[in-house]
Design a protein around this ligand. Structure first.
Ligand code: ZN
Length: 285
């Protein structure tokens, strides 16, 4: 199995920008980058989409995803129209720069909605976004959020939704932090079809209880308490051979030197992969 290692711009988002992240992640040898949509918007204030295309063309690193269409479900009519418009404009950029995946995130605090209501609404939105994405040859990677107040907060719940949607261009993002933070179960991951998983977010976290953990408790992979060996070997066992990208939201990392942070992200991810899978390429040498 080949697991490629990439970088998610969330890790440096407070002091960096897309041009800097792109240059430095390419320099340290990451294979892919996940572009934050807010960083893309800032970039486009002073650049054209073509500039980004040329920047990628001169580098080895590939654009993996746009991260993310957020709070995608249970919107009012106007909010929903905006979501569809946002999806189209991201697809247009994706087509130009050769990035074929958009991460979609469910809404928090949706009130007294049953699991069935949430499944229906989330599937409805994913189908509608998926139809737009399909016109551009693009895919959606739905990411559950391991917070108690998020409408979709476990792997099993997200997997059921994606199965119900049953579209080739709609799959999941499995973020190790979110997996850990609401006690998603390895046996559910074990039962999954790897074709439904489009992206893995690699990270770790401090030893706080499920339900209390928040994004700022994230650590670089291997430095915390998440059972990353369990998650990664299970992914490997079910045949996942897609991208794996380091994503933290840690203020301490944001405050550090951007280049150092990017280098540490690479070093910790590689060390972890080597430890649990026998190398960045999963031991398949
Ligand atoms: Zn994530």
């Amino acid at each position: 199995m080949i697991m490629q290692i990439g970088f998610n711009e969330a890790t440096t988002m407070k002091r960096s920008d897309l041009s800097t992240d792109l240059r430095l992640t390419d320099q340290v040898g990451f294979e892919g980058i996940e572009i934050r949509i807010d960083q893309l918007q800032r970039y486009l204030e002073s650049h054209r989409v073509e500039d980004l295309k040329h920047d990628f063309a001169s580098r080895r690193i590939r654009p993996w995803t746009f991260n993310a269409l957020e709070s995608a479900t249970f919107r009012g009519a106007e909010g929903h129209r905006q979501l569809l418009a946002d999806c189209r404009s991201v697809c247009e950029v994706g087509q130009v720069i050769g990035c074929d995946t958009i991460i979609v995130v469910p809404s928090n605090d949706v009130g007294d909605r049953t699991l069935a209501e949430i499944q229906r609404e989330t599937a409805r939105v994913l189908r509608e976004l998926g139809a737009i994405a399909e016109n551009y040859g693009m895919r959606l990677a739905f990411e559950f959020i391991g917070y108690p107040n998020c409408s979709v907060n476990t792997f099993a719940q997200a997997y059921d939704i994606v199965q119900a949607v049953d579209a080739a261009n709609i799959g999941l993002t499995v973020d190790c932090f979110h997996f850990h933070a609401m006690n998603s179960r390895l046996q559910d991951l074990q039962m999954a079809d790897a074709r439904h998983i489009f992206m893995v977010h690699l990270d770790d976290c401090e030893p706080y209880p499920p339900g209390y953990l928040r994004d700022h408790h994230r650590l670089f992979p291997g430095l915390g308490v998440i059972d990353l060996a369990g998650i990664l070997t299970t992914l490997q066992a079910i045949g996942y051979d897609g991208p794996c990208s380091v994503e933290t939201f840690r203020p301490e990392y944001w405050d550090a030197d951007v280049k150092e942070t990017i280098q540490r992200a690479k070093d910790t991810a590689e060390a972890l992969m080597a430890r649990v899978l026998g190398g960045a390429d999963g031991g398949k040498r």
